[in-house]
Design a protein. Structure first.
Length: 292
């Protein structure tokens, strides 16, 4: 009886030990949005490391370094200023055409660069996903957010050129961070969706640069919104980059402020596009490590 009692006791102790030990459930379903946010906050140090690695890798062993950040929007802006400003003499909202084109390019490059870098992050760092457990969205978020450094450098260059040409920013320049966050959020939403989709279908990563190139000419980056017929401007403003570009020029160059419809359309369509991108990422990233 004593033996049985001891055996029963040992069994009970083992059962109690198993009951008190933590249990984990493995599921293909992604975490809830709240859980995902908590994971990202907990992994903020890793985000900083990935962000810094993105900058080091991108500009390591280059002669010009951050000079490429300046040349990327500056060279197209000079070309557009010569072709559209000097030869075609298109309107530029009362600002020098070089500043007009460069301001449009800088805010658009923030959007397009963040989308491109985030969209290609899983393909570029696919091996890392299968070796270490961490919130997968950190890769595209860190890669896309690195475009803020390029934006900051380009903004400083734009301000210096503007001062040299006699354009002094007003108090409206304080609105630039909000406009930049809007462009970055739109780019990250698109990039997250493309990153998850391109893990399974590489076509999305290939098609993204073409889409962004088309959207460049569908936005008032190198031409004034005055060229759009008044009857079509409301529909035209459904492109969220219209309101963002117009708001950026107003904040920096003192051009006409965007209309309430342009601001509302930019916020509304931009929010919808970003949420759609997040939802696509959420559902397409379930078996990410199996298809990457």
């Amino acid at each position: 009886m004593a033996v049985r009692s001891n055996e029963a006791g040992s069994i009970d102790e083992g059962a109690a030990s198993r009951a008190s030990s933590p249990r984990y459930r493995i599921s293909p379903n992604p975490p809830s949005p709240l859980e995902a946010i908590r994971e990202l906050i907990a992994a903020r140090d890793l985000f900083g490391l990935l962000f810094g690695r993105e900058l080091r890798v991108r500009y390591k062993q280059t002669v010009l370094g951050l000079g490429w950040v300046i040349l990327q929007p500056l060279i197209p802006a000079v070309i557009f200023a010569v072709v559209f400003g000097a030869f075609a003499r298109l309107p530029s909202a009362g600002a020098p055409y070089l500043l007009f084109a460069l301001s449009g390019m800088i805010i658009y490059v923030l959007f397009s660069t963040s989308a491109n870098r985030a969209g290609s992050s899983f393909i570029r760092d696919g091996a890392l996903l299968t070796k270490v457990h961490f919130p997968r969205s950190l890769l595209p978020l860190a890669a896309g957010s690195s475009a803020l450094v390029d934006f900051g450098v380009g903004l400083l260059v734009l301000i210096v050129i503007g001062l040299a040409l006699g354009s002094v920013p007003s108090a409206a320049i304080l609105a630039i961070p909000l406009v930049a966050l809007g462009a970055l959020g739109l780019g990250l939403g698109l990039g997250l969706a493309v990153a998850a989709l391109s893990a399974r279908y590489r076509d999305f990563a290939i098609a993204l640069p073409f889409l962004l190139q088309l959207l460049l000419y569908a936005s008032p980056v190198v031409y004034s919104i005055e060229l759009i017929p008044a009857s079509a401007q409301d529909v035209y403003a459904l492109n969220p980059m219209v309101g963002l570009v117009e708001a950026f020029r107003w904040a920096l160059l003192g051009t006409a402020p965007p209309t309430a419809w342009q601001i509302g359309a930019a916020i509304g369509t931009g929010t919808i596009a970003t949420l759609v991108g997040l939802l696509l990422y959420r559902f397409q990233s379930r078996d990410l490590t199996d298809v990457i």
